[in-house]
Design a protein around this ligand. Structure first.
Ligand SMILES: Cc1cc2nc3c(=O)[nH]c(=O)nc-3n(C[C@H](O)[C@H](O)[C@H](O)COP(=O)(O)O)c2cc1C
Length: 371
């Protein structure tokens, strides 16, 4: 069984992750993981922490001579700003936060764990944890790469601005998205997205948006219809919804499909000269009956506007019981491009889990995909 756990606080010394269940003999490149970490850090609309972080992974266990040994793989990402925060903790400058911030985990977390300081909630609830997930995703992408499964993403909307996504193969969409600081393949829309972010920043506000993760080379037969918790679509949705601020997921153009008739939606089958059947369309997004059908996987996610806004939100000082307002000097305006990289990592995770369930072995040579 493949599984991972992460630990660490947003302003603690480091983030750590342990992955268990990787086959032995898988070649892992630290540079590839660092490259994914760098992709998570770019994006117009993000704040200065991104410049401080420059994430780098260290592998502390489970890897010898660049290959997995079958033992748990232990990863560590240092929080570069830790010395400053340690000084502040030691000087007692980090006073308790008694005013929970709407839209964050603060109040729900305080109620759940009986805490009177929202700082104890936010340190772990912060999306900083997603750096560890991107590192984990980068490891399993190397496993999927051995099977020619490739994953990429693009941003298709920021706030009210929607991109016109050209009808191109996934690789070409990714190639257009990669150089864009909004990860948007439509340059004209990206210019309007920049303006929308500047406007929101000027108003002390924030924006959300949507992104699409696609995977090519996905073998048919991952997941199953035989039990609810084996359905690939359900597992993908859960994995994406586990990303902070992701509040909606669709497989293929599900919401547009819901407005059409069945004959306009379902992907007709035609004889395949190589045997069996093939499709000419992919409105199912690569999954039918909870099983991958051999078409590219297409999963889209909606991110809410970031909850920290320079313009104050109404809240309550839980110490006095009086009305209060949230206060920020600076805040990120938009993190949709970064979230799309986290989305890629979570999709990679679900696919790797499903691949190992179906064909997994203890050694990489035993992992032979038969379809
Ligand atoms: C990559 C990424 C970066 C984020 N950065 C911020 C941020 O800078 N400010 C903020 O208020 N929320 C940010 N968030 C969202 C919050 O972490 C999230 O809304 C909060 O923890 C509450 O969780 P929920 O929205 O899932 O309910 C970010 C989310 C992601 C995925």
């Amino acid at each position: 069984m493949l599984r991972f756990l992460t630990a660490g606080e947003s302003h603690g010394p480091c983030l750590t992750a342990i992955i268990e269940g990787l086959p032995a003999g898988l070649e892992i490149s630290v540079e590839v993981i660092d490259c994914e970490l760098a992709r998570r850090q770019v994006g117009y609309g993000r704040g200065e922490r991104m410049q401080i972080e420059e994430d780098h992974v260290e592998i502390l266990g489970g890897l010898l001579y660049g290959r997995t040994t079958g033992a748990p793989l232990a990863l560590r990402i240092e929080n570069r700003d830790w010395p400053n925060w340690r000084r502040r903790w030691e000087k007692g400058e980090l006073y308790p936060l008694r005013v929970p911030r709407p839209g964050h985990a603060d109040y729900a977390g305080m109620l759940k764990y009986g805490l009177d300081d929202a700082r104890l909630v936010l340190e772990r609830a912060s999306a900083r944890e997603t750096a560890a997930r991107v590192a984990v995703g980068a490891v399993v992408r190397q496993l999927l790469g051995a099977l020619n499964v490739t994953i990429g993403s693009y941003v298709d909307s920021i706030g009210p601005v929607e991109a016109a996504i050209p009808d191109l193969p996934p690789e070409q969409l990714w190639a257009r998205a990669e150089p864009s600081d909004l990860r948007c393949p439509d340059e004209e829309a990206a210019a309007r997205m920049h303006a929308a972010i500047d406007d929101a920043r000027g108003a002390g506000d924030s924006l959300g948006g949507t992104f699409t993760v696609m995977a090519t080379g996905v073998p048919a037969g991952l997941g199953s219809y035989v039990h609810w918790d084996r359905r690939l679509d359900g597992r993908l949705a859960a994995a994406l919804l586990s990303i902070p601020a992701i509040k909606g997921v669709e497989i293929g153009p599900a919401f547009a499909n819901a407005r059409r008739r069945g004959t306009q939606v379902h992907d007709a089958l035609y004889p395949d000269p190589a045997g069996g059947a093939q499709r000419r369309t992919n409105r199912a997004g690569g999954v039918e009956g909870g099983v991958s059908n051999g078409m590219p996987l297409v999963v889209r996610a909606a991110m809410k506007p970031l909850p920290s806004t320079v313009s104050p939100l109404h809240s309550v000082d839980l110490e006095t019981g009086r009305s209060a307002e949230t206060q920020y000097q600076r805040a990120d305006v938009c993190a949709v491009p970064a979230a799309s990289i986290v989305g890629e990592a979570m999709v990679a995770w679900v696919l790797a889990e499903a691949v190992l369930e179906k064909w997994g072995g203890d050694r990489i040579e035993q992992l032979t995909v038969d379809s």
